[in-house]
Design a protein around this ligand. Structure first.
Ligand code: BG6
Length: 512
C-alpha cells in the first residue's frame, strides 16, 4: 500500500487590527465564503489581534454580524468550524505584546495588517522582532499589507526598508484589489491567447491608450483618509498604474507569479511620467464643486455639495478629487504611444476601462462618392475613433470597434461594435478580495504588488505631487466629465477623453 501523505497543517490567519471595519465588512465575510465553498480549508484558524478589550466570544459576535450584514448570511458548517478554531488576543504593537501570538501561530501563518497605514512599518517590525517572521519546518509566514504603500516616493522607500528589515520580499504580499478583478486577468488571457490581439498590441496599430476609473461616488464618510490622500495617491499611483502595467507589459514566457511581476517592473522602468518641466501639461488635477450626480440604481440625479463644502472637510483644503497623468513608454513596443490615465470622484458616470485607440487604416478606399446612399456616412475611421475597450465597470465587457459595409446597394459604411459582455461575471464571480485571499494562502504572488513595483510607480507619480505643492486644483462641476485637459495633454490627431458615462448595455448596443 502506498504510504499516506498527511494533510498539510491548516493555515492560521492572524488579523492585526481585527476590531476594525475592514475585518467585519470585507475580510471575514470573504474568508467565511471561501471556507463555505471549499476554497480555503475548513479548519482554517482565525486569530484576531487588536488593542480593544474583547473576549473571543465578543470577537466572534462581531464577525457573525459582519457575515450576516455583508456576506449574504451564515453558512452553518463553515461558521461552526471557523468559530470553533477562532481566538482573540489583545495587545499593542510592541514585540513583547505580539509575542502572545506565538502559541497560536505554530503552523503556516498569515499576518494580515488591517491597520492604519502609519502602523504597517511598526507592526511588521514588532512581529519580526518577536520571532514570528521566521519560517521553520516548512511552516511559511506571510505578511499582508494593504494600500496605500507610502504616501510619497520617500515614505514608500522608508516603508520598504522597514518591511525588509524583518521579512524577506517573498513573504510580503502587498494588496491592490484591482489586480484581483476579473477583467484584469481576462486582459492577460485576451492578449496572450489570441494571435490577432497580440499582433495589434503595439505602436504600429495603437495610437494612444486611455485608462479611466471614474466614480460618481463622493467621500462616503472616508474624509479623514481621503483629504490626506487625494485622487493621485488613492487611485492613480496604485490601481491605475497596475492597470497600465498589465496592459503595457511584455508577454511573460511562463504563467508564473514572479515572472509576471518582473515583466510589470520592466515596463514601469521604461516609463516616463510628468517632470518638473512639463507637469503643467502632463499632470492634471481637479476638485469638484457643487452639482448633480446620477448614482447607479437611483431613480433621479441628486444635488451634491462641492468637495470643500463636504461635512468635516476643511474649507481651505488643497486636496484634489481628480487626477490625470500622461505617460510614455520608451521601449520597442510602445515608443510614441501616449498612455493617459485618469480617475476622479463625483464624475458624470461610473466607468472603469482600458481603451486603446487604433490607428486609422492607411487609406479609406470607399470614398463618399462611392456611395449611392445619400444618407450614408463614409467618414468612419477617419476621425481616429476606433477603439479596443476592456471595461471593468459597470460590466465586464470587451469591445472591438470596427467598420463594416451597411447592407444594401452601394458601398455605404457603418461603425459596428463587436461586444462580449460576461453577464455571468457579476453574479457568479468571487470578489477581488476573495481571489486574492485564495492566492495568498496558496502562496501565489502573481496578483500581489512587489516592492520594487510599488517604488517604480511612485517614481513615475512623485513629480506630479511635487508640482502640485503649489497652486490649486482646477474646479469641475460634480456630475461632469472633470476638468478640461490643457493644450498638449493629448497630441494633435488623438481622440480626446472618452465620455465617463458608460455606454448603453451590450444588449442595447448594435452587436454583430
Ligand atoms: C479604493 C479607493 O482603493 O478603490 C476608493 O480607496 C475607490 O476611493 C475604490 O472608490 C474603487 O474600487 P472599486 O473596486 O469599487 O472600483
Amino acid at each position: 500500500m502506498a504510504p499516506t501523505v498527511p494533510p498539510p497543517p491548516p493555515p492560521t490567519l492572524v488579523i492585526a487590527g481585527a476590531s476594525g471595519d475592514l475585518t467585519r465588512r470585507l475580510l471575514f465575510p470573504a474568508i467565511h465564503r471561501l471556507v463555505a465553498d471549499g476554497l480555503l480549508p475548513i479548519d482554517t484558524r482565525i486569530v484576531g489581534y487588536a488593542i480593544d478589550e474583547l473576549t473571543t466570544g465578543q470577537f466572534l459576535d462581531r464577525l457573525r454580524h459582519g457575515v450576516e450584514e455583508h456576506g449574504g448570511g451564515l453558512d452553518q458548517r463553515a461558521w461552526a468550524a471557523l468559530s470553533a478554531n477562532a481566538a482573540y488576543v489583545r495587545g499593542d504593537l510592541t514585540p513583547d505584546a505580539v509575542e502572545a501570538l506565538a502559541p497560536h501561530t505554530t503552523g503556516p501563518s498569515v499576518f494580515y495588517l488591517a491597520l492604519p497605514p502609519t502602523l504597517f512599518g511598526p507592526a511588521a517590525a514588532a512581529l519580526a522582532d518577536a520571532g514570528l517572521a521566521a519560517e521553520r519546518d516548512g511552516n511559511w509566514r506571510r505578511l499582508v499589507v494593504e494600500k496605500p504603500f507610502g504616501t510619497s516616493l520617500d515614505t514608500a522607500n522608508a516603508l520598504q526598508a522597514q518591511l525588509l528589515a524583518g521579512w524577506r520580499e517573498e513573504q510580503v504580499f502587498r494588496i491592490d484589489h484591482f489586480l484581483g478583478k476579473e477583467t484584469v486577468q481576462n486582459l492577460l488571457v485576451f492578449r496572450l491567447a489570441n494571435r490577432f490581439v497580440e499582433a495589434i498590441w503595439n505602436n504600429a496599430s495603437i495610437a494612444q491608450v486611455q485608462i479611466t476609473a471614474a466614480e460618481s461616488l463622493g467621500l462616503e464618510g472616508r474624509w479623514r483618509y481621503y483629504d490626506q490622500a487625494g485622487a493621485l495617491r488613492d487611485m492613480l499611483q496604485n490601481h491605475l498604474m497596475q492597470l497600465f502595467a498589465v496592459t503595457a507589459m511584455e508577454p511573460p514566457s511562463v504563467w508564473e507569479g514572479e515572472t509576471l511581476r518582473q515583466h510589470k517592473v520592466d515596463v514601469l522602468r521604461a516609463t516616463r511620467g510628468p517632470t518638473a518641466d512639463n507637469a503643467g501639461i502632463w499632470a492634471v488635477r481637479g476638485r469638484y464643486t457643487a452639482g448633480t450626480v446620477q448614482r447607479p440604481g437611483e431613480p433621479e440625479p441628486v444635488a451634491v455639495p462641492g468637495y470643500r463644502e463636504e461635512p468635516d472637510i476643511p474649507p481651505d483644503t488643497g486636496t484634489e478629487t481628480y487626477a490625470a497623468l500622461r505617460l510614455e513608454v520608451d521601449n520597442w513596443r510602445w515608443q510614441g504611444v501616449p498612455f493617459h490615465l485618469r480617475s476622479g470622484k463625483r464624475l458624470g458616470g461610473d466607468l472603469t476601462e482600458i481603451a486603446l485607440q487604433l490607428r486609422p487604416a492607411p487609406r479609406l478606399h470607399f470614398e463618399r462618392t462611392a456611395s449611392i446612399d445619400p444618407g450614408a456616412d463614409n467618414d468612419v475611421g477617419e476621425d481616429g475613433s476606433q477603439w479596443v475597450v476592456l471595461r471593468l465597470r459597470p460590466d465586464e465587457t470587451i469591445e472591438v470597434h470596427a467598420v463594416a459595409k451597411r447592407a444594401g446597394l452601394g458601398m455605404a459604411l457603418e461603425r459596428i461594435t463587436l461586444t462580449a459582455t460576461d453577464h455571468e461575471a457579476a453574479a457568479a464571480d468571487y470578489s477581488a478580495y476573495e481571489q486574492l485571499l485564495v492566492d495568498l494562502v496558496a502562496g501565489d504572488r502573481g496578483l500581489f504588488v512587489r516592492g520594487d513595483e510599488a517604488l517604480e510607480a511612485w517614481r513615475i507619480c512623485q513629480p506630479a505631487l511635487d508640482a502640485w505643492a503649489e497652486g490649486e486644483p482646477t474646479p469641475y462641476t460634480a456630475g461632469s466629465e472633470g476638468p478640461e485637459p490643457p493644450l498638449g495633454f493629448f497630441e494633435p490627431g488623438l481622440a480626446p477623453w472618452r465620455p465617463v458615462a458608460p455606454p448603453p448595455s451590450a444588449d442595447a448596443a448594435r452587436v454583430r
